[in-house]
Design a protein around this ligand. Structure first.
Ligand code: TXA
Ligand code: MG
Length: 344
């Protein structure tokens, strides 16, 4: 299959919409990461997403809408609880996904057999235009091959999906750089299943009470069920071995320099670059969590492209603000292994 790389001209948006209506797969830009979209109401098209990504069939997909009215019009949810309405008013369109009871039109392929569905209204103008052109809500996971870092540019999508899908629409580099925050409103207290651009404190301000699922910051024990199936996979990992250090800034520099060789790299902050004697991949200024989130997947992919790198050292990030999302992705990339220099 030849994969078309489309710019965002009016004709190309219409073309993308037409492909989607015909049951084909299209890579689309959103403000978080690129999505691999199909008509969410067409079970066969949705099944093709799993094949193109090599995604396990038990991992459900997010349904993307271009207006609040789409939820009722397409009977996407069985009920729209008050907490969902509060969240939608505060954060939609934007990087927040809400889990609700699924409606009658949702195919089993989307919900992976669960009785819930994940809904998101992206703020990216091109994403909205493509959903409108398709005339149907779009199921879309991140447009990477399962297990590799999510794509934040059209080129990343081409690297993983060329020959596997009909087209990719190039809407530029994604602003947030990490996937949306996923929250469930199915229990008494809303619970964050995956942290993202919308933070814990923003959610708490709107909801009053919100919990963070255990799997966000820690690994699951063997056999323990994940509230969000995606959280049980290692995920987000580059092929190099990521090692996290719990340490002060100085201890980090000292440790990395002591372990330096030609196959070592550092995922670090701007302030560390001159002090490190290995190849550096900076996430931005120290403490600027928004820029760290924006850069993380791009840096992990660049590290992957450098075949000489087999080990990457990073400091365990702070879990404050958007930092919680960076922490969650990095600790998975590292397979939950942290070297604690404070205790050595
Ligand atoms: O920012 C994003 O959310 C991107 C863009 C493309 O919108 N999409 C994305 O999709 O990250 P994906 O499939 O890579 O991640 C969806 C996550 C998975 O961890 C999945 O298990 C969880 O959401 N999820 C989906 N439906 C769910 C449900 N009904 N209950 C619990 N978790 C669900
Ligand atoms: Mg993903």
């Amino acid at each position: 299959m030849k994969t078309l790389l489309l710019d965002t001209s009016k004709e190309n948006i219409q073309k993308a919409g037409e492909l989607l209506r015909n049951g084909e797969l299209v890579g689309i830009p959103t403000e978080t990461v690129y999505g691999l979209a199909a008509d969410a109401l067409n079970g066969k098209a949705v099944a093709d997403i799993f094949k193109a990504k090599n995604r396990p069939m038990d991992n459900p997909l997010i349904v993307h809408i271009a207006s609040l009215a789409d939820i009722e019009k397409h009977r996407l949810v069985a009920e729209f609880p008050k907490q969902a309405a509060l969240l939608a008013r505060a954060f939609w369109p934007g990087p927040l996904t809400i889990i609700m009871k699924k409606g009658e039109s949702i195919p089993d392929e989307v919900s992976a057999g669960l009785d819930s569905v994940a809904i998101r209204f992206p703020s990216h103008n091109v994403a909205q235009q493509i959903i409108e052109a398709a005339g149907t809500p779009l199921a879309a996971p991140s447009a990477n091959l399962s297990g590799s870092p999510s794509p934040t540019s059209a080129q990343h999508v081409m690297n993983d999906m060329d020959g596997r899908i009909s087209a990719v629409v190039d809407g530029g580099v994604c602003e947030v750089g990490l996937e949306s925050t996923v929250i469930t409103v199915l229990g008494d207290v809303p619970r964050i299943l995956r942290p993202g651009g919308v933070t814990y404190s923003q959610l708490k301000e709107v909801l009053g009470e919100v919990e963070v699922d255990k799997a966000v910051l820690e690994g699951l024990d063997d056999g323990e069920a994940a509230a969000s199936p995606g959280m049980k996979y290692k995920h987000y990992a580059p092929s190099a071995n990521v090692i996290l250090l719990n340490s002060s800034d100085d201890e980090y520099i000292e440790y990395v320099n002591a372990h330096a060789d030609s196959s070592t790299a550092a995922l670090c902050c701007d302030e560390d670059i001159d002090k490190l004697s290995v190849q550096t991949y900076s996430l931005g200024k120290r403490g600027d969590y928004i820029s760290h989130a924006h850069a993380l997947f791009e840096r992990l992919r660049s590290i992957d492209e450098n075949k000489s790198i087999s080990t990457v050292y990073s400091r365990l990030p702070s879990a404050e603000g958007v930092g919680m999302a960076v922490y969650n992705r990095l600790i998975r990339a590292a397979g939950f292994e942290v070297i604690d220099l404070e205790k050595l």
